[in-house]
Design a protein around this ligand. Structure first.
Ligand code: NAD
Length: 420
């Protein structure tokens, strides 16, 4: 799930995005410079005892990008290709994402260079606990609150919560989000990203006069974000899912798929490929399908300057982080494709993480209807804010989202002042 093999340095992309919106916000050069640098970076090298008795040294990072609006928030990624620049970029994007949806948070991200698929559960637990212990001085409910990301999950969060709590001598559920329900997780967190994406698509479709009932959807990546989005747009909006994909390939079924049946098929066979009645197509063909909505929900850098001209969808809703390159953005905008940018379209996950943190701090838990109706308010209100700014400045939704987000961070920095 990283793009380090490619030519694009994600942190340079993140810095370029700040420059673009600095122009519209007429930001002072010094303020722009602050926004292009992470506030705090911690690199840790730590030993882990492997199952065969040997010791291995792992490298991990936690980057806290900006804290002007509140404690930092952001996931922890386990992947062989994690780099400091990738973690910096992801931390910057978390800062803007939290600000777009008005959460009282700054942004952070963490990562450990490792190959979790080749490690046993015991090795993963020991690595997670030691990493948690190494970053413990800079995390906490009031400082920085990690969450799951690529190849980390609710179990990883449970180990971090337990490690941190053991050090403190009492339970601190608010130190991480995305926890299991039994230790202070939130109802609705599992499907929050896909659900938030569905609300944003619904609002954009109203503006564009696209009827959702019977509208056609193609979904790249049938994991947590993609499969939930597919299931909800079909169940709650009446949309028709004509294509989905995973790392093994893509499938097309022009008259629409039963998403629950595809989920079951993938669970049993390990892939969506081979789903009865479907036709196998390539990843590039999926991106170029004639459909109303394309949901990239897999990897970074999927829609590029080479293939952007082939995209026929009226709406591209970025459930994934960074699926569209800046050059592709320009092509899509010129072709009048409405892009719902990642910092808005997949912010449902961090929004319900915020709800989880609030519930943990209060020690009072909400039911799923409460969570979903609050999420709906946040997502539709945030879409409206971004769409209005896009219209006002004559810019695409991504630039508009950055104008909104960076503007909020700058305002917090302005009223707080630069210390000392
Ligand atoms: P996941 O691991 O559950 O799912 C990823 C899916 O993408 C898998 O089905 C995988 O097979 C598929 N995939 C991998 N390579 C592919 C390829 N080349 N072509 C097509 N499909 C491919 O991960 P996820 O949590 O759903 O995350 C997906 C994206 O959404 C990431 O960019 C992530 O950062 C972003 N995101 C997720 C959340 C969340 O709460 N899960 C929140 C915000 C953003």
């Amino acid at each position: 799930m990283t793009n380090n093999g490619g030519a694009v340095n994600p942190f340079e992309t993140a810095q370029r995005q700040v420059d673009i919106c600095a122009k519209y916000l007429k930001l002072d050069a010094g303020v722009t410079e602050i926004l292009k640098h992470p506030k705090r970076e911690l690199t840790v090298n730590f030993p882990v005892r492997m199952d065969n008795g040997s010791y291995r040294v792992f490298t991990g990072y936690r980057v806290q990008y900006n804290m002007a609006r509140g404690p930092c928030k952001g996931g922890i990624r386990y992947h062989p290709q994690v780099t400091l620049d990738e973690v910096r970029a992801l931390a910057a994007w978390m800062t803007w994402k939290c600000a777009v949806v008005s959460l009282p948070y700054g942004g952070a991200k963490g990562g450990v260079i490792c190959d979790p698929k080749s490690m046993s559960r015991n090795e993963l637990e020991r690595m997670t606990r030691r990493f948690a212990s190494e970053i413990a001085p800079i995390i906490g409910p009031e400082i920085d609150v990690p969450a799951p990301d690529v190849y980390t999950d609710s179990q990883t969060m449970a180990w971090i919560m337990d490690t941190y709590s053991m050090q403190k001598g009492y339970s601190v559920p608010g130190v991480v989000t995305g926890k299991p329900l039994s230790i202070g997780g939130s109802e609705g967190r599992g499907e929050a990203t896909g659900r938030g994406c569905m609300y944003v698509i619904r609002e954009a479709a109203k503006d564009l006069n696209i009827k959702m009932k019977g509208a056609s959807f193609a979904v790249q990546g049938f994991g947590n974000a993609g499969s939930v989005a597919a299931s909800l747009v079909s169940r709650e909006l009446g949309g028709k899912i004509i294509a989905v994909s995973d790392s093994k390939g893509a499938i097309l079924k022009k008259d629409g798929m039963d998403v629950a049946a595809v989920e079951k098929f993938k669970q049993e066979k390990g892939s969506v490929v081979g789903f009865p009645g479907s036709q196998k197509i390539s990843n590039q063909e999926l991106l170029a399908l004639d459909c109303d909505v394309l949901i990239p929900a897999a990897l970074e850098n999927q829609i590029t300057k080479e293939n952007a001209k082939d995209v026929k969808a009226k709406i591209v809703a970025e459930a994934a982080n960074g699926p569209t390159t800046p050059e592709a953005d320009e092509v899509l905008y010129a072709n009048k494709t409405t892009v719902l940018p990642d910092v808005l379209a997949n912010a449902g996950g961090v929004t319900v993480s915020y709800f989880e943190w609030v519930q943990d701090l209060q020690g009072y838990f909400w039911d799923v209807n409460d969570v979903n109706s609050r999420l709906e308010r946040v997502m539709s209100g945030s879409y409206r804010g971004v769409a209005d700014v896009a219209k006002k400045h004559g810019v695409n939704n991504r630039t508009a989202a950055y104008i909104v987000a960076v503007g909020r961070v700058v305002e917090a920095m302005r009223v707080r002042g630069i210390y000392p």
